[in-house]
Design a protein around this ligand. Sequence first.
Ligand code: SF4
Ligand code: SF4
Length: 384
Amino acid sequence: MAEQVISPDLGFVKDVIASGGESLKKCFQCATCSVVCNLAPDDKPFPRKEMIYAQWGLKDRLISNPDVWLCHQCSDCTAYCPRGAKPGEVLGAVRKLAIEHYSFPSFLGKAVGKPQFLVLLFAIPVVVLFIVLALLGNLNLTAIPRGEDGGIVYAKFMPEIYIEVIYIAVSAFVVFSFVMGIRRYWKDMSVDKKGQILAAGSILGTIASIIGEILAHKRFEKCELTKERKISHFLVFYSFIGLAITAAWGVFYLYVLHRESPYPLTDPMKWLGNAGALGLLIGITLVVIYRSRNKEKAGIGSYFDWLLIVVIAAIAVTGMAAQCLRLAEVAVLAYPVYFLHLVFVFFLFAYAPYSKMAHMVYRTVAMVFTKHAEKGVEIVTKAG
Ligand code: SF4
Ligand code: SF4
């Protein structure tokens, strides 16, 4: 039998424990978790093997392991684990460390995962937006120009062109960061796929089928303990899509039809925007309710999980409040709330490659890789 050299990374074990996997060492390898997991394939089950990799500090086998992302954190394994080792939470911690490992630039990956950097991370959008307002002379809220009817117009407080320049720059940075991270991740997965060649030919068919699966949220249906997560995730996911379409619609109104905001509530674009905001608020509220309801069996989640939940909730609340306060003409509250809304949106998008938001990209890539690899060719090797 060929010898295998194991290189444990004790720092990695500490990181998993610090990231929400504190119960890791309770695992005694009974494999109940792999049996109860409805998402694990029969021929390559998880998460038992990932638990022992994590206990031994085998960072290399975990960080680039696509199985870690095939887990949808449904927590069935955690509920049935006889030792209370919470494998679902341990995999969540490993995913957080994988995001951190592949993040570019890496210091942002480390900062977003640590509460001590939270104030600094929020300070960046606050300062950027504050400087823009100062340059526009809009720090005095009582002197901000009004619309022709005397009403509050947010575009006069923070003109669209400034928002677009800031958010287009942020988007370009985010895309670049994701491309850098995913390139390294894909390369590591390919290297680790010993004994198998990825399927030759186009990967487009695989991508299309995985996207179809994601849009339908099919994998959430296989969860048992937290089956209802399909509803909350579905609502949040499609609300974001609705809000993205609303933003594009607004750009079309402004630059193609030359119609300036604010638009009346009877406008179809406002219907979609308000439906998206309401869906986001309901969806994220359900996330909190379901997590609290299942906290004994499934665990309450880590700082990394809650940071994303709170930021999404804050975007929904401040967005709806900004509209209500504008319509109610409460200027002293409307402008600060709108400012906060812009800060939370900046936070969500600028830090997406480093926060739990990155799961949508890493999980999609892992699913595509796994499905594509399944079409590949097995090569029999003598190494056991
Ligand atoms: S995590 Fe729990 S269920 Fe899974 S192998 Fe370890 S002890 Fe068994
Ligand atoms: S959390 Fe759910 S999907 Fe993830 S390993 Fe456990 S049972 Fe499987």
